[in-house]
Design a protein around this ligand. Structure first.
Ligand code: SF4
Ligand code: SF4
Length: 340
């Protein structure tokens, strides 16, 4: 785990680099299980970021399995407006098939109890639902569950890296993922009652409604390396948390041994950073969805080709998903245009 002193040094370095420009920096606390870091460390680091708030604003977000959350954490997270993300794959019979605790029992009961505790306390809390083979033919059941719990969520495809490489049976083909995503999109899009948020669907649908087609999330940004980096507990700076499971081959440097400025300059010269240029010259440039997709996630491209010049392995799925959402948005807008 990262020593508190290192975390404080990182905050200071980011503030210095920002040079009083009042940028908002979002710190996403990840693990393993990040709450193992302990409440006193979080209290200290949140207080620390407050010291700099006239020069640099920090927002905090945490990706937790919710098992260790308690009243004390909830109070602290409320005080600092910390956004909570957690993983949940659907109703108990679906979630508990693979999401188990160390003793082999399912994790659902703990997750759902603590989710309600957080939300009832007024925290901004949302689930990541991983699209896997467990959800095949069960999308209506999943959406009923989402509505029953008024669960804001994100429907992310399983990517076979890290621990997930041991779970080949869970994976989906791109076509299966696209079909599930489109089925879920329709249930969500035509649901006038529950007002559920799904940020990727919102992002893609909004892109079809606007001129500049800029999506908010990292997946479809022109170059995620303009806005994201990850720092491992040892201080190694990576393009994204998804690379932290690998060795330091793709690290931009170590924040404990070099100034952040040097590391960021090295980043700009890296193959990871220059991927955006390769993609813009690749087959993607002729794709009608290029302005929305930009070749997809850098890490997915790396998994696809073992390099930083390759588009995402989800290309086929995205084309189906983008076409579907575009058509739904156009169908929805058509009567409004015809009325004018
Ligand atoms: S949908 Fe496929 S071809 Fe089109 S921009 Fe995305 S990755 Fe490239
Ligand atoms: S590598 Fe993928 S997940 Fe990571 S920041 Fe880039 S687009 Fe996002």
């Amino acid at each position: 785990m990262m020593p508190l002193s290192s975390a404080k040094r990182i905050i200071e370095k980011i503030t210095r680099l920002n040079n009083n420009n009042n940028n908002i920096n979002t710190l996403i606390w990840h693990g393993g299980e990040p709450l193992l870091w302990g409440i006193e460390n979080y209290r200290a680091i949140f207080e620390n970021t407050e010291i700099y708030k006239d020069r640099t604003l920090f927002k905090h977000s945490i990706q937790t399995n919710l098992s260790l959350i308690n009243d004390e954490y909830i109070e602290l997270f409320k005080q600092y407006d910390v956004r909570i993300g957690f993983s949940l794959d659907g109703p108990k019979n679906i979630n508990d098939k693979y999401r188990k605790r160390i003793d082999g029992s399912g994790s659902y009961d703990t997750i759902i109890r603590n989710f309600y505790k957080c939300r009832d306390a007024g925290l901004n809390v949302g689930a990541i639902i991983v699209a896997s083979s467990v959800l095949k033919n069960r999308i209506p059941e999943l959406y009923r569950f989402i509505c029953e719990h008024k669960l804001n969520f994100k429907f992310n495809p399983l990517f076979l890296a890290g621990e997930a490489t041991n779970c080949q049976t869970l994976s989906l083909t791109p076509l299966e993922y696209a079909q599930m995503s489109n089925e879920l999109f329709d249930l969500w899009f035509f649901d006038k009652e529950h007002h559920i948020k799904e940020s990727t669907f919102e992002d893609i649908a909004s892109a079809f409604l606007t001129e500049n087609k800029i999506t908010k999330g990292c997946m479809f940004s022109r170059n995620c390396q303009d806005n994201f980096l990850a720092i491992s507990p040892h201080g190694d700076v990576f393009p994204c948390g998804r690379f932290c499971d690998t060795d330091t081959t793709y690290s931009y440097g170590n924040i404990n041994v070099e100034p952040l400025e040097i590391i960021l300059n090295r980043k700009k010269e890296s193959a990871q950073y220059k991927r955006a240029e390769f993609i813009a010259q690749s087959g993607c440039k002729d794709c009608s969805f290029f302005d929305i997709c930009h070749g997809g996630c850098l890490h997915d491209g790396y998994l696809n080709g073992g390099n930083f010049e390759t588009k995402t392995f989800l290309c086929g799925a995205y084309k189906i998903i983008f076409s579907h959402i575009r058509d739904r948005v156009q169908e929805y807008l058509a009567p409004h245009y015809n009325a004018n």
